[in-house]
Design a protein around this ligand. Structure first.
Ligand code: NAD
Ligand code: LMR
Length: 340
C-alpha cells in the first residue's frame, strides 16, 4: 500500500507537485488574517507549495490552532503561528511576501466601500508594521475595499520612506478567475485554458473585463458582452447573497490568493514571463491606481503590460468606472493623511 500511496499522492497534491523548487528559491511568506475565512484555506494552499520554506501565520485570533493543524501536513514548509499585536513584529521579520486578507467581509446589502471604516485602520496598522519589520517585502492586499486599501498601504510605506511602487499590489485575481470560469461556461471551453485580462479596480463598475482580449479568441454577441460583464462585476455580491450573512467569497479567494502568490514567488526566483493582473500605482491611464496585467520579476512588478487595444464597449466601461474609482482613491488618500 505504501508504494501505491507514494505513486498516487503527488497527483492529489496539485499545488505541491506543480513545481519543484530548489532550496535557494524557497521564500518566506506571511499571511496576516490567517485565522479567517480566506486566511485558513489560503494558508493551507501555501503550506502545500514547494516554493515556500517558511509560512508565518498572524491574526488577532485562531492562529495557534490553525498553525498546529497545518504543521502536521507532510510538506517541508515550516509553519509558525503568531497571535495578537505583541507578536506581529516577529511574524513579519525576514518575509519576502506578505499577503493581507485581514478585515471584515460584506453582508448582504453592503458595498465594499461600507467596509472602509473598519478595514482602513486594520490595513494601515498592519502595513505600518511591515514598513518597520520587512520593508522590502512584496505586500499583496486582499482586504476590501481594495481600490482604497492599496492607496492607504502605499501612502504608509511612503511615510516610512520605504515605498517601492513595484511591491504594493491589490489582489484582483479573483476577478480574472471568475471571468475565465464564466466565459468557459458560456462557450463550452476548458476554464483552465481561458485567459482574460480584467482591468480597473475591484468593485462593481470598476471591474472591467476585457472580453475582446480573451484567449483563445472568442466572439461574443452584444447581449453576451453585457450579461457576462454584469455577472463578472457582480460575482462577489452573488456569493455574499448566497452566504446570506455568513461572509463573502473565501474558498475561491483562497485559490486566487494562492495563484497570485505563486506567480510572485516564481518570478522572484527567476522564472521569466510571469504575468498576473493586479491593482497598483499606475501611469497607464488617467487613474493614479489601476489594475492591469503586470509582468513580475525578481523585484516584484517589472512593468505593466498596459491595457491593450480596447473595444468601444470597453472604453465606455472605463468611462463609467471613473467616478467610483477616483472617489475610492481619494478616500484612501484622505484617510492616510489623517492616519499619519
Ligand atoms: P473573516 O472575517 O472570515 O476573516 C478576517 C480575519 O481577519 C479574522 O480572522 C480576523 O480576526 C482578522 N483580523 C481582523 N483584524 C485584524 C488585525 N488587526 N490583524 C490581523 N488580523 C485581523 O473575513 P474573510 O472572509 O477572510 O475576508 C477578509 C477580507 O478579504 C474582507 O475585507 C473581504 O472583503 C476581503 N475579500 C477580498 C477579496 C478580493 O478579491 N480582493 C475577495 C474576498 C474577500
Ligand atoms: C469578492 O469579490 O468576492 C470580494 O471582494 C468580497 C466581496 O465583498 O464581494
Amino acid at each position: 500500500l505504501g508504494s501505491l500511496i507514494s505513486k498516487i499522492s503527488p497527483n492529489f497534491i496539485r499545488y505541491a507537485s506543480s513545481a519543484r523548487a530548489s532550496g535557494s528559491s524557497q521564500r518566506k511568506v506571511a499571511v496576516l488574517g490567517a485565522g479567517g475565512g480566506i486566511g485558513q484555506p489560503l494558508s493551507l494552499l501555501l503550506k502545500l507549495s514547494p516554493l515556500i520554506s517558511d509560512l508565518s501565520l498572524y491574526d488577532i485570533q485562531h492562529t495557534k490552532g490553525v498553525g498546529a493543524d497545518l504543521s502536521h501536513i507532510e510538506t517541508r514548509t515550516k509553519v509558525r503561528a503568531y497571535v495578537g499585536k505583541n507578536e506581529l513584529s516577529d511574524a513579519l521579520k525576514g518575509m519576502d511576501l506578505v499577503v493581507i486578507p485581514a478585515g471584515v467581509p460584506r453582508k448582504p446589502g453592503m458595498t465594499r466601500d461600507d467596509l472602509f471604516n473598519t478595514n482602513a485602520t486594520i490595513v494601515a496598522d498592519l502595513v505600518s508594521a511591515c514598513a518597520k519589520n520587512c520593508p522590502r517585502a512584496i505586500i499583496a492586499i486582499i482586504a476590501n475595499p481594495v481600490n482604497s486599501t492599496v492607496v492607504i498601504a502605499s501612502e504608509i510605506m511612503k511615510a516610512h520612506n520605504v515605498y517601492d511602487e513595484k511591491k504594493v499590489i491589490g489582489v484582483t485575481t479573483l476577478d480574472v478567475v471568475r471571468a475565465a470560469t464564466f466565459i468557459a461556461e458560456a462557450k463550452g471551453l476548458d476554464p483552465a485554458k481561458v485567459n482574460i485580462p480584467v482591468i480597473g479596480g475591484h468593485s462593481g463598475n470598476t471591474i472591467i473585463p476585457l472580453l475582446s482580449q480573451t484567449s483563445p479568441p472568442v466572439s461574443f454577441s452584444q447581449q453576451e458582452l453585457e450579461s457576462l460583464t454584469t455577472r463578472i462585476q457582480n460575482a462577489g455580491t452573488e456569493v455574499v447573497e448566497a452566504k446570506a450573512g455568513a461572509g463573502s467569497a473565501t474558498l475561491s479567494m483562497a485559490h486566487a490568493g494562492a495563484r497570485f502568490s505563486f506567480a510572485v514567488l516564481e518570478a522572484l526566483s527567476g522564472k521569466e514571463g510571469v504575468v498576473e493582473c493586479g491593482y497598483i500605482a499606475s501611469r497607464e491611464t488617467e487613474f493614479s491606481y489601476f489594475a492591469t496585467p503586470l509582468l513580475f520579476g525578481r523585484n516584484g512588478v517589472e512593468r505593466s503590460m498596459g491595457v491593450g487595444k480596447l473595444s468601444d464597449f470597453e472604453k465606455k466601461l472605463i468611462e463609467k468606472a471613473k467616478k467610483e474609482l477616483n472617489g475610492n482613491i481619494e478616500s484612501g488618500l484622505t484617510f492616510a493623511k489623517q492616519y499619519l
